[in-house]
Design a binder for this molecule. Structure first.
Ligand SMILES: [Zn+2]
Length: 226
């Protein structure tokens, strides 16, 4: 277990989290986003330094920005929105599994880990080797293959989390992986920063914003070693 003390990003002051590790990326103006999704804009609309009574910012971004969750509605037309998620889905024990494969999480790799029904599984891959949040979009990020998604659906896991912007690939297995997981009722967290955690058992809390019939929403996710 390594917990780096360095603050993330310019101007960040890392508070004492009391044993919890923040695995969310920091939302910022101009940050990386999925190519056909809206750009991320965070700008001061009211500004004390310009004579306003308070500082107030305007946020403009896609619902799948930074660390966020996918609802079934993202790929299933009549599926549940994130406002209909049971809170137990994202709070409780979670397992971080490290994957060496530089292309994808495959079903063959998952066979080596005994995955049980109801588990919350987070995949740490080489995506976590760098601070992707302030770099250009990477078309070659490590994703969950359609075969691995089918494996996870068959195992009836409760939740899957990944360390880049999508659980499915950019060049392949995008819709297939999403559909396999979301149709199986598996909740998905994307855009996790797992650079400061290693494989093992954790307690997790992840709460997405409550937006009516939302296909996705930014979330804060934290882990604590068990
Ligand atoms: Zn998403």
């Amino acid at each position: 277990m390594t917990i780096a003390g360095a603050a993330e990003g310019p101007g960040a002051r890392e508070p004492d989290h009391g044993g919890w590790i923040d695995v969310s990326v920091t939302l910022r103006d101009g940050m990386v986003h999925w190519p056909d999704n809206p750009p991320v804009s965070i700008t001061r609309q009211l500004d004390i330094s310009k004579g306003d009574a308070a500082n107030v910012s305007m946020l403009s971004m896609g619902s799948h920005t930074g660390t966020h969750m996918d609802a079934p509605l993202h790929f299933v037309p009549e599926g549940r929105g994130l406002d209909e998620m049971d809170l137990g889905a994202t709070m409780g024990p979670a397992r971080v599994i490290e994957i060496d494969d530089s292309v994808a999480v495959t079903a063959a790799a998952l066979e080596r880990h005994v995955i049980e029904a109801g588990e919350r599984i987070l995949f740490k891959t080489r995506n976590s080797d760098r601070s992707w949040v302030d770099q250009p979009f990477d078309e070659d990020f490590v994703y969950v293959s359609a075969g691995a998604a089918a494996h996870l659906a068959a195992r009836q896991v409760r939740l899957v989390g990944v360390d880049y912007l999508s659980v499915g690939g950019f060049k392949s297995d995008g819709a297939e992986t999403h559909t396999a997981l979301l149709e199986a009722g598996i909740w998905v967290i994307e855009g996790l920063d797992l650079s400061r955690v290693s494989a093992g058992e954790y307690e997790m809390i992840c709460l997405p914003l409550k937006i009516l019939r939302s296909d996705g929403a930014p979330a804060r996710a934290i882990l604590r070693p068990r």
